[in-house]
Design a protein around this ligand. Structure first.
Ligand code: ATP
Ligand code: MG
Length: 412
């Protein structure tokens, strides 16, 4: 990849479509040169439900980013999420050859192939196959076995699959906006790339991206992805609870949430009142802020309880030394981190995409931009060859990109 080459990340969120264009600068640096951001109305809980509206939003966001950067976008690395995402762990083992042999890149690929050989239903596609470490004979916890001597090579991989129809709807929407899809990446992995430090990945950490329609989870331990999950609840559920309970319109409920919302009742002064506009010309009503906080707290507590349930599926949850990193627009609500700490019983910090690019505008240092920034960062690392072997940009991932071409060709 040469200086001046560019990479484009497209975050197809439930509430907004966001495009970030970055270019490679001298010394393997990277700089954001264009940003496009538009409300999205064609997705529900992370999944495309209206192709036409999605195409319009993609075209608008791309156009905005192109104008800012002064370039034409031809291909994008896009995110995917939704309750259709599944994941599983699988083991594989091979013999390294006759006698004691040096393990080669081909052996490493062969053992990953052996581990990924699981029956995948015809309506699902493999998105990512991520090695979680290798064993050579009886030595465990080896990150990359190439160059070591051994007889038997084993690995465990984390496999992420998606519904073929959801992937195709995303690819179709992007293609209809006259853009090619270079990669499709699980959104929680992209967000994690933007907000996590290397040390946190090693110590063990859970990233929780509270979006509008979904809450996406990714657990890292000893440097590798250990677990991924998607919960079909997010900030939009909080907004609709407010709209229903306080009998007001959706846009008003959204405004009230963002301007006056607090997650914990005890953080509000007793007696604080708010005027809630009535629906279709009805008279406004006066509501206590504690009542608003109680509505928000109930839903956010449900979200974090479901996160806890997912976390309990990972056997080493207690050893996640770096705790939890909250990101996504849904965590901007005041008191979200404190409630998460209380429910998850782990230290929680809010993660914003910083430090990955030079000249970052203030508006991008926002948890809602973590996915877009992560997508573009992963794209740059893939092209510059600076991605970690056990990250997404591994040789296995090229197979997925190849298959993705097949999906796209199948659309025409
Ligand atoms: N200041 C704020 N206070 C409270 N909530 C906020 C604030 N700003 C944004 N949100 C909420 O964040 C949510 C959107 O977050 P985000 O942009 O990460 O979602 P998305 O990427 O569009 O959706 P998803 O990832 O679920 O597909 C909305 O529900 C919005 O109400
Ligand atoms: Mg999102």
């Amino acid at each position: 990849m040469a200086v001046g080459d560019m990479v484009v990340g497209l975050d197809l969120g439930t509430t907004k479509v966001c495009v970030v264009i970055a270019e490679v600068t001298a010394g393997d640096g990277r700089r954001v040169i264009g940003v496009g951001h538009t409300p999205s109305d064609g997705l529900r809980r992370g999944v495309v439900v209206d192709v036409q509206k999605t195409v319009q939003a993609i075209s608008k966001a791309i156009h905005e980013a192109e104008l800012m950067a002064g370039v034409n976008v031809r291909s994008v690395c896009t995110g995917i999420t939704g309750e259709h995402i599944n994941s599983l762990d699988s083991l594989g083992a091979i013999g390294v050859g006759g006698g004691i042999q040096e393990i080669t890149v081909a052996d490493r690929d062969r053992v990953i192939d052996a581990a990924r050989a699981v029956a995948i239903p015809f309506d699902r596609e493999v998105l990512h196959v991520m090695p979680q470490g290798f064993s050579v004979d009886d030595r465990r916890g080896i990150r990359d076995p190439v160059g070591m001597f051994g007889v038997r090579l084993e690995t465990k991989v984390h496999i992420v699959t998606a519904a073929v129809t959801s992937v195709r709807n995303i690819c179709k929407s992007v293609q209809r906006a006259d853009i090619e899809v270079s990669d499709v990446v699980l959104e929680s992995l992209a967000s994690s790339r933007a907000v996590l430090g290397e040390e946190e990945r090693e110590m063990g950490v859970c990233v929780v991206d509270v979006g509008g329609g979904t809450t996406d989870i990714a657990v890292f331990d000893q440097g590798s992805v250990r677990q991924t999950a998607v919960i079909g609840l997010g900030g939009q559920n909080v907004t609709s609870d407010i709209a229903i309970c306080l009998r007001t319109g959706w846009p008003q409920a959204e405004l009230i949430k963002c301007q006056h919302g607090v997650v914990r009742e005890d953080a509000v002064q007793p007696g604080d009142k708010l005027e809630i506009p009535g629906i279709s010309g009805r008279a406004p009503t006066s509501v206590g802020r504690t009542e608003l906080a109680a509505i928000i707290e109930a839903r956010m507590e449900e979200v974090f309880s479901l996160v806890l349930r997912e976390l309990h599926r990972y056997p080493r949850t207690q050893s996640l030394g770096a705790g939890v990193v909250l990101t996504g627009g849904g965590c901007l609500i005041e008191g979200a981190a404190e409630l998460a700490e209380q429910v998850l019983k782990m230290p929680v910090r809010v993660g914003v995409p910083t430090g990955c690019f030079s000249g970052l505008e203030d508006r991008l240092m926002d948890p809602a931009f973590s996915t877009a920034m992560g997508l573009v960062l992963m794209g740059v690392e893939e092209l510059t060859g600076s991605a970690r072997y056990d990250d997404l940009a591994n040789p296995r991932y090229e197979d997925v990109a190849g298959r993705m071409k097949g999906w796209i060709e199948a659309l025409f």
